[in-house]
Design a protein around this ligand. Structure first.
Ligand code: ATP
Length: 365
C-alpha cells in the first residue's frame, strides 16, 4: 500500500487508563501522519471489563470479526479487579484476540532511554524479547477442568509448527534490528531443556532453524540462569526467544530494568494480523487522574508502523516509526516525564511534547 489509501486502524481503548493512553498514541500518530504523507482511518471498538459488565461478553463476535479486517489493531488495556467471570478469572479479550487470530509472536522491545532512571548500573540496554503467545504452558487453558482437592495439572505443549514460525520470526527480527539499529544480530533461546521434554524438543527445533541462518549468532541458556542475566548482564542479549509462561515472566522482569511497565511497548503478531498494546494493564489506581505514562503505547504505535511498513512494502511507515522513536527519546531525555519515571508531568503534557518534537527538523523525516 504505497498509494494514498488510508490504513484502517482498529482502536480498542478498553478499561482503566487504556482509553487515556490510546488517545495519546492517536494524537502522536496524527502528528506523524501529516509529516510523512500517511493517512489513518480509525475505527473504534468497545471491549473489556466495562463491556462485560453491561452485556456479559468482553468483546462481541461481530467486533471480533470486524477488527480482523482492519490493517492493524491498537489496544489500550482490558480488565478491572472487581469484574470477574463466574469461574473467578477476569474477562480478557486481549487473550481471546491473540487466540482467535493465532498471534503467536509476542514482540516486547526493552530499551533503556536516556533520562529514565533504571535500577541497574548498565548504561546500555537494548534487547527484544519474543514470547510465544498461543501454546507452551498456556496450551491447556481451555482443557476440561476436573476439580480436585488432591492434585491439578497444567499442560505445557510445544508444537513444531508454531516453534518453526516463532524461531523464523526471531531470526528475521535479529536481522531487521541489525539493519535498522546496528545491533549484533544474535538470538538467545531461553528454555528448561535439561528437565522438560517439551523444552528439549523446542531446543531441537531451534537448532534446525538456526542452521538455516548462519549469519545470525545464537545461544541456548536455561531460563533460571537466563532470568538472572537480565539483571547481571543485559548487554549479552539482542533477541531473546522463549515459550509462553517464561516469556510472560521475563517480559515484566525486563520492563523493570528500563523504568517499569509504562516504558514497555508490545506487539502480538502472526503472518497476517497484529495487535499493538502497552505491556501494562489498566492501572485502576491511577485511572482518570491524567497521570498515566503514555510512552509504552506511543512506542507500540511506532511498532505498528514498522509492521505495516514491512507488510505493505511502504517505506513511509518505517520513516514515521523512526520519527516517533526519536521524538519520544528526545522528550524522555529532556522531560517532561510522568511520575512513574521520576517526573511530575501529566499525560497530555508528555503527549503534546512528543507531538511537537515531531515537528522539529532534528527528529523529522
Ligand atoms: P494486569 O494484570 O492487567 O497486567 P496489573 O494490576 O498487574 O494489571 P498494571 O495495571 O499494569 O498491573 O499496574 C501495575 C502498577 O503499575 C500500578 O501501580 C500502576 O499504576 C502502574 N502503571 C501501569 N501502567 C502505568 C502507566 N502507563 N503509567 C504509570 N503507571 C503505570
Amino acid at each position: 500500500m504505497s498509494s494514498n489509501a488510508p490504513y484502517r486502524i482498529a482502536l480498542i481503548g478498553g478499561d482503566g487508563i487504556g482509553p487515556e493512553v490510546v488517545a495519546a498514541a492517536v494524537e502522536v500518530l496524527d502528528a506523524v501522519a501529516q509529516r510523512h504523507g500517511i493517512d489513518f482511518q480509525y475505527e473504534r471498538y468497545e471491549a473489556g471489563a466495562g463491556l462485560y459488565r453491561k452485556t456479559g461478553e468482553s468483546i462481541s463476535a461481530a467486533d471480533m470479526a470486524a477488527i480482523g479486517k482492519a490493517d492493524a489493531i491498537l489496544l489500550g488495556a482490558c480488565g478491572l479487579p472487581d469484574v470477574r467471570k463466574p469461574d473467578g478469572t477476569e474477562p480478557a479479550p486481549q487473550i481471546d484476540i491473540r487466540e482467535h487470530y493465532g498471534l503467536f509472536g509476542g514482540l516486547r522491545p526493552i530499551k533503556l532511554h536516556a533520562g529514565v532512571p533504571g535500577p541497574l548500573k548498565a548504561a546500555k540496554i537494548d534487547l527484544l524479547i519474543i514470547r510465544e503467545n498461543t501454546e507452551g504452558l498456556f496450551a491447556g487453558r481451555h482443557d476440561a477442568f476436573r476439580p480436585s482437592d488432591e492434585s491439578v495439572s497444567d499442560r505445557m505443549t510445544i508444537t513444531r509448527k508454531t516453534s518453526e514460525k516463532l524461531f523464523e520470526l526471531a531470526f528475521a527480527q535479529a536481522r531487521e534490528r541489525r539493519r535498522k539499529h546496528g545491533t549484533p544480530g544474535h538470538v538467545t533461546l531461553l528454555d528448561k531443556a535439561n528437565v522438560l521434554k517439551s523444552n528439549a524438543f523446542m531446543r531441537k527445533v531451534f537448532d534446525e532453524v538456526a542452521a538455516r541462518h548462519p549469519d545470525v549468532g545464537t545461544a541456548r541458556v536455561y531460563i533460571d540462569a537466563g532470568a538472572m542475566m537480565f539483571v547481571t548482564q543485559p548487554e549479552r542479549y539482542d533477541v531473546v526467544v522463549t515459550e509462553n509462561m517464561f516469556g510472560d515472566i521475563v517480559s515484566d522482569l525486563a520492563a523493570g530494568i528500563v523504568g517499569g511497565l509504562g516504558m514497555a511497548p508490545s506487539g502480538d503478531v502472526s503472518e497476517t494480523h497484529a495487535v499493538f498494546q502497552p505491556s501494562h494493564g489498566t492501572a485502576p489506581d491511577i485511572m482518570g487522574r491524567g497521570v498515566a505514562n503514555p510512552v509504552a503505547t506511543i512506542l507500540s504505535a511506532a511498532m505498528m508502523l514498522d509492521w505495516l511498513g514491512g507488510r505493505h512494502g511502504d517505506s513511509r511507515c518505517e520513516g514515521a516509526s523512526a520519527a516517533i522513536r526519536s521524538a519520544t527519546a528526545a522528550i524522555l531525555a529532556s522531560g517532561p516525564r510522568t511520575g512513574d519515571i521520576g517526573g511530575t508531568a501529566r499525560t497530555v503534557e508528555v503527549t503534546k511534547a512528543i507531538a511537537s518534537a515531531l515537528e522539529d527538523a532534528r527528529v523529522g523525516a
